[in-house]
Ligand binder design. Sequence first.
Ligand SMILES: Cc1cc2nc3c(=O)[nH]c(=O)nc-3n(C[C@H](O)[C@H](O)[C@H](O)COP(=O)(O)O)c2cc1C
Length: 205
Amino acid sequence: MEKTKILVLYYSMYGNVFKMALEVCNGISQVENAQAILRKVPDLLPESVISKNKDIQRAIEWQKDVAEATLDDLRNCDGLLIGTPTRFGNMCSQMRNFLDKTGPLWLEGALKGKPAGIFTSSVSLHGGQESTCLATMLTLLHHGMIIVGIPSSTPELMKTSTGGTPYGASHVVGLNENFKELSEEEKQLCRFLGKRVAEIALKLK
Ligand SMILES: Cc1cc2nc3c(=O)[nH]c(=O)nc-3n(C[C@H](O)[C@H](O)[C@H](O)COP(=O)(O)O)c2cc1C
């Protein structure tokens, strides 16, 4: 039997969303007959910015083996998870730029009826993670996708004092550094969301 393909589509400048994406993939892998497909969207940062920032260079190195997404990745998936840094309470321009190229898929109805979840990372706890998840849902709803969140009764969500929302998985970086490892609860909620989207995709297929 062909495996159910769950696309994990993300952008990450400093590596936080990338680390979340890896945990989301771990969650998908827990589901029998589901396969995680990890893809990054193309960057828009000019070389002049990258060359001056060691933290960005480190994150690029971490992600060097991840392939860039194509429209066919979206067309062929059975479920989707989108990961984006929070930028002014919204998705980043790299993700917006990629999604704005999905008009042909919208015309075909290629994403209709497929489940989708969202994950994000922000510097501050109240810096707009929830609005980022909700804003990202708008595009997915136009495509006819079925939004999958995290039930607020999930134990790790009740316990977390950093990231984690009912609208999607999240991570709080804090002000001291550009990158911070995920807390145990943040990791578990990323895995939970990946697993949940995969389980629902299997049922819908
Ligand atoms: C242009 C810009 C806008 C940002 N806006 C917010 C924001 O609204 N709230 C917040 O807490 N952090 C904000 N941040 C910080 C990012 O969310 C943070 O760097 C991100 O979570 C890192 O994810 P990454 O390592 O995957 O790139 C912003 C960063 C940039 C560059």
